[in-house]
Design a protein around this ligand. Structure first.
Ligand SMILES: C[S@@+](CC[C@H](N)C(=O)[O-])C[C@H]1O[C@@H](n2cnc3c(N)ncnc32)[C@H](O)[C@@H]1O
Length: 254
């Protein structure tokens, strides 16, 4: 069984409790504002539980999405149905997604682009995104700064489910590859019922870090133009050392 970035049953449940619909890191408002004048279709790869998709649909935008995890898509479909929304969301991956139509924008919030840990696979994904954009279409994606990837998220966190179970997540940074620019964290998810362990899940969570200039060069090498880089979801503000997020926006030429 594949353990890498799987977002399985317990992982997706934790995601939906921790990063529930309505939660924003400043990104929801940012993407909504950057897409404000869009009239055409928008694609969100790695759409997850719909945390960003749903507010964009609520704002009247036409957004579709895909995700590699069926469990995440199930949360997304349920959350959408609870709001009488039924967007087109499918099970696909960065590596092989395909659509008959082209998009006015492709957005990748929450650092999901960093889940592609192989550089050549990431470059191929950028090309696939480019090929799925209309002329003048934009890609907007954000990455975590290198420092936060390198420090990893170690420790224990917990959540209570609707039916009173306790979910715990124990995270530990296990490997750092300074050549491939990747980290691997071991994530152990446990479900506890009445003090007894009811289920466990192990995931190897792998991320690739990108230098600011490196990702700009990668976008230009793919054919994108007008590359802008912003810190902390303030469009046009050059990233600073202690920013928590770095966003790239670039355009496919007409
Ligand atoms: C951090 S979540 C982001 C969810 C949502 N976009 C948000 O902003 O809250 C990352 C998502 O990427 C998905 N994912 C991981 N590897 C993927 C891949 N190779 N192709 C497509 N989706 C992938 C996971 O299943 C997960 O739903």
């Amino acid at each position: 069984m594949q353990l890498n970035n799987r977002y399985g049953n317990l992982a997706s449940h934790v995601y939906n409790l921790d990063k529930h619909i309505g939660k924003s890191f400043g990104d929801v408002e940012f993407y909504r504002e950057r897409l404000r004048d869009s009239t055409g279709p928008i694609l969100e790869p790695a759409v997850g539980n719909g945390r960003v998709l749903i507010p964009l649909l609520d704002a009247g935008l036409q957004v579709v999405g895909f995700d590699a995890s069926q469990e995440m898509l199930d949360h997304c479909t349920r959350e959408c149905a609870a709001r009488s929304l039924s967007p087109h969301v499918t099970r696909q991956t960065f590596e092989d997604f395909a659509y008959d139509e082209c998009f006015e924008a492709v957005i990748i919030p929450a650092g999901s682009f960093q889940l592609i840990t192989d550089h050549s696979v990431a470059m191929a994904a950028l090309k696939r995104i480019f090929d799925h954009l209309l002329p003048n279409g934009r890609v907007i994606l954000d990455v975590d700064p290198i420092g936060s990837v390198l420090s990893g998220a170690s420790g224990i966190r917990r959540w209570t489910t609707q039916d009173g179970d306790l979910l715990t997540l124990t995270a530990q940074l296990a490997e750092t590859d300074f050549v491939a620019q990747t980290t691997v964290s071991h994530l152990r998810y446990d479900r506890w019922r009445a003090g007894q362990l009811a289920a466990s899940e192990l995931e190897f969570f792998s991320l690739r870090w990108w230098g600011v200039e490196e990702l700009g060069l990668a976008l230009r090498a793919t054919g994108f133009v007008d590359v802008t880089v912003s810190g902390n979801y303030q469009h046009g503000k050059a990233p600073e050392n202690d920013d928590r997020s770095i966003t790239f926006e670039a355009r496919r030429p007409a």
